[in-house]
Design a protein around this ligand. Structure first.
Ligand code: UD1
Length: 419
């Protein structure tokens, strides 16, 4: 298994091209099952998660290929409506093939998902939405078996709490359902608006995306599309926090800092400055040590849970005491003991971690059990004294494109070690 060897303490200077958003690309790829025409996704990130979904879509009948950052997908005919355990268990977003298959073919059998080990993460809201649209759903031996022989129909769907995946899943299915669907308490993440834009260009009528009330008028037939994937806001935040941890100044290209939502003023308060450029943003550390700031994760536009671990890494060497509250997932502090192994002072009490900033962390062998937590260890390592070995790099390969290359080009001492 590959590891990353990082020698910390070097400020970062240079340009980092921000990739297309993984979380958006995965749902846009699932949309390819809704049409027999070609979907072209520009600015698509080449990531292990994207590869994995390409494999799943291939066995459903959607052929796909990359040319640079352009991903072409075409599901001319659906070969199989079954998504096997082996291909779904590794990545929760794979579950989003269920709705499109059901809408197009009237049936689907999809394994219950796996994904990052950050809590129970059930799919009850996804199933609730599809059932409201007329799907008959059974669970059998770890599989969801769904049928809608006469197709799906529009419905009023009111989610009891905000779920990004369930909102997207409902939109995907509603785009090819008969009639109108109203989704209330919808997620407002930028990736939802990106999906809506793509579905609209395919011929569905989606309005309200980006607000908590989404309206979808389904279409009998959807067409192909060329769509540009929006920039990855989590990657944008990650590089900003790398600067916050180790110092320097980076130009983050192909991104929009506004995508950070409420994280932006928090990062400014901690000591980073942001200046818009023609196609991105310049981020600079303005203080010797960051200031400790409290955060609480929230659905968008609140502070993204996906930035929480990296923010905690940045706070380990901040001046003062920071409280980090996680409200989206129940088990998302697994990076805390690993950061402590590097000398961080963190105590966790339920959903809140209290981080007392220390002058400097010390390199150590570390590993994390999920993607964003692994990135928090990379960020901590960039600021730490000496060498850190980050194990289980495959987590990072799932979601951060060319990570070590991008960092090395800006002066970081980082190397992939294969075993
Ligand atoms: C997506 C993102 C993930 C991010 C998360 C929250 C992708 C591929 N992943 O995940 O990176 O951390 O949004 O911003 O886009 N829940 C249920 N029942 C459901 C669905 C969700 O109880 O049917 C719970 C989850 O366990 C979690 C909360 O709702 O506690 C929010 O999850 P959700 O917004 O659905 O996250 P994902 O779409 O899985």
């Amino acid at each position: 298994m590959d590891k990353l060897a990082i020698i910390g303490g070097r400020p970062l200077y240079g340009i980092v091209p921000i990739s297309g958003a993984k979380n958006s690309a995965l749902k846009l790829m699932a949309a390819s099952l809704l049409t027999d025409e070609e979907i072209v996704l520009e600015n698509a990130p080449r990531l292990a998660d994207v590869d994995m979904l390409m494999r799943l879509l291939d066995q459903h009948g959607a052929q796909s290929s990359f040319d640079g950052a352009t991903l072409r997908l075409r599901a001319k005919d659906i070969k199989s409506t079954e998504a096997p355990y082996d291909l779904v268990r590794k990545m929760r977003a794979s579950f989003n093939v269920l709705g499109p298959l059901l809408a197009r073919e009237g049936k689907a059998k999809v394994s219950l998902p796996g994904g990052c080990a950050i809590g129970a993460r059930p799919v009850d809201l996804h199933l609730q939405a599809l059932a409201a649209m007329g799907a008959k759903i059974d669970l059998d031996e770890g599989y969801v078996i769904a049928e809608a022989p006469d197709g799906l129909h529009g419905a009023d769907i009111s989610f009891p709490f905000v779920s990004v995946g369930a909102t997207e899943h409902a939109m995907l299915a509603a785009a090819r359902a008969k009639g109108e669907t109203h989704i209330s308490n919808a997620a407002c993440e930028p990736e939802i608006a990106d999906l809506a834009e793509c579905l609209n260009a395919m011929g569905a009528k989606v309005s309200g995306a980006g607000t908590s009330a989404i309206h979808v008028v389904g279409a009998d037939r959807l067409s192909g599309v060329t769509h540009r994937v929006l920039p990855d806001r989590i990657e944008t935040g990650a590089y900003a926090m790398a600067v916050g941890t180790t110092g320097g100044e980076l130009t983050l290209a192909n991104t929009d800092v506004e995508l950070l939502g409420a994280a932006l003023p928090i990062l400014e308060k901690a000591g980073l400055s942001f200046a818009a450029t023609d196609d991105g943003v310049k981020v600079k550390k303005e203080r010797d040590r960051c200031l400790a700031v409290d955060i609480e994760t929230k659905p968008y536009p609140g502070i993204a849970t996906d930035l929480q671990a990296m923010f905690m890494a940045m706070m380990t060497t901040a001046d003062g005491v920071s409280r980090v509250k996680e409200t989206i997932f129940e088990n998302r502090f697994m990076h805390a003991p690993e950061l402590s192994r590097m000398g961080a002072k963190i105590s966790v009490d339920g959903q809140t971690a209290t981080v007392t900033g220390v002058e400097r962390l010390k390199g150590a062998p570390v590993m994390a059990t999920d993607l964003r937590a692994s990135m928090s260890l990379v960020i901590a390592a960039l600021g730490a004294e000496g060498q850190t070995m980050v194990n289980r790099v495959y987590h990072l390969d799932r979601g951060f494109e060319r990570l070590e290359e991008k960092l090395a080009e800006c002066g970081a001492l980082i190397e992939r070690v294969s075993e």
